[in-house]
Ligand binder design. Structure first.
Ligand code: SF4
Ligand code: SF4
Length: 414
């Protein structure tokens, strides 16, 4: 009994541990196996996870006499997440490259190159821009001061308006960047005096443009939908409670509206609201719908029952290799996004401090965000997530964590 074995983890699998547990994630079959971290299993896993081991360690017959180690290996084999092969059959150590996220390399390269002056390369990370073009609106929604901090929604929280000249000048500065999506939000965008020219301007670009209007504001401005005819823009209809179904009926029967590409975004803050939205969607056969939970500071119970994740939610479903690794470096909700307020101030997230203004040198602002910011790189590296075996299986922190004031929205570590 002096056989030696190579025990290895397949390259499409990942290991993560905390002080008590070990999880093996198979990104191909989406199997996730959780094990108790006994002393012997901890020794093997710690070794497997070193860069030098290449996800492969040597075991002996004595190692396999440990019942927990034996079961651990059997489970990994049966889920096709790894294997344990006799060295009499495979003499050379199987080598699997240690996965290292490309972006991580790129960011550290940027830091080296740009110690003196940030280059324009960093602009390629910018993907999405949201312009809050004005702050005027005749309505008085109760969600006005908060919804925009949780998802893309109109607000009167800011002052003034940004001119089309300023918008066009800023977009021009971003030529050669990775910018692909532009959101236009108000206030009430139909109150924006240069709206038609703005639409014409963006119709001459190749960006994907989304114009956001609250349902009631849209109803009062159906005639202005003609501005968008034949253009490249899509309309986002933002709906908050109370919902007037007569308005929905009126809008849905408008011939110009019916020809537009549009998406409906509903805000819900309770189970009753969710049920009502479901009825409305059904009754008006609305397609292309997103339903966003809205935290109104009185509905934590709704969030706890509908939004907070259970262990089974986290273990269910697939996760790609790319997502698993990118969550260790970047915030998947915020990365590449920037907001421009009516006064020209810039934000990487509206819950955080401003990062600059439209007159600044944008690569430098983005570079600072990548180096020291707390939005694009806001990951689950704080307690309790930093000591949780599901740390990188859970989605990146969202604005809901910030609104609720809790770093983890789950029942795993209440
Ligand atoms: S429609 Fe939008 S901007 Fe107007 S009050 Fe409601 S939330 Fe505020
Ligand atoms: S949110 Fe944090 S604490 Fe909760 S399961 Fe995910 S990583 Fe663990």
């Amino acid at each position: 009994m002096n056989n030696k074995y190579w025990f290895y983890i397949e390259p499409h699998c990942f290991i993560h541990t905390n002080s008590k547990l070990v999880i093996i994630i198979n990104t191909m079959s989406s199997t996730k196996k959780v094990f108790k971290k006994t002393r012997r299993i901890a020794e093997i896993v710690d070794k497997l996870m070193t860069r030098e081991s290449y996800f492969c360690v040597e075991l002996s017959d004595i190692d396999l006499t440990d019942n927990e180690v034996f079961i651990f290996i059997q489970e990994i084999r049966s889920s096709f997440s790894g294997d344990c092969v006799n060295q009499n059959h495979v003499r050379a150590k199987p080598i699997f490259p240690y996965p290292l996220l490309k972006l991580q390399r790129q960011i550290s390269n940027l830091e080296k190159i740009d110690e003196i002056s940030p280059g324009v390369d960093v602009l390629t990370y910018l993907k999405e821009l949201t312009f809050y073009i004005n702050s005027e609106c005749k309505l008085n929604c109760s969600c006005c001061q908060n919804a925009f901090k949780q998802t893309t929604f109109c607000t009167k929280a800011f002052n003034g308006k940004i001119t089309l000249t300023e918008i066009a000048g800023f977009v021009k500065k971003l030529q050669g960047s990775g910018l692909n999506v532009i959101n236009i939000v108000g206030g009430d965008i139909f109150n924006y005096s240069e709206l038609q020219d703005l639409v014409d301007f963006f119709n001459r670009t190749s960006y994907k443009i989304f114009y956001h209007s609250q349902l009631q504001n849209l109803r009062f401005n159906l005639i202005k939908l003609n501005y968008f005819k034949g253009g490249n823009g899509a309309l986002n209809v933002n709906v908050n409670f109370p919902i007037d179904t007569n308005v929905i009926e009126e809008i849905c029967s408008d011939p110009v509206f019916r020809e537009m590409h549009c998406r409906w975004n509903f805000l819900v803050s309770s189970d009753d609201e969710f049920d009502e939205v479901s009825r409305v969607i059904e009754a008006f056969k609305i397609e292309n719908v997103m339903v966003y939970p809205f935290y109104n500071f009185r509905n934590l119970v709704f969030f706890e029952s509908r939004v907070f994740m259970e262990e089974r939610d986290i273990l269910f479903g697939n996760i790609s290799k790319q997502t698993y690794f990118s969550r260790q470096i970047i915030n998947e909700n915020n990365f590449g996004k920037m907001k421009v307020l009516p006064q020209g101030t810039l934000f990487s997230n509206l819950n955080n401090e401003s990062i600059g203004c439209i007159d600044d040198f944008v690569p430098e602002l983005l570079f600072r965000e990548l180096k020291n910011g707390n939005s694009w790189l806001n990951i689950r590296n704080m307690q309790p997530c930093s000591d949780c075996v599901y740390q990188w299986l859970c989605p990146s922190p969202s604005n809901y964590e910030l609104a609720i004031g809790k770093p983890n929205l789950c029942h795993v570590k209440p």
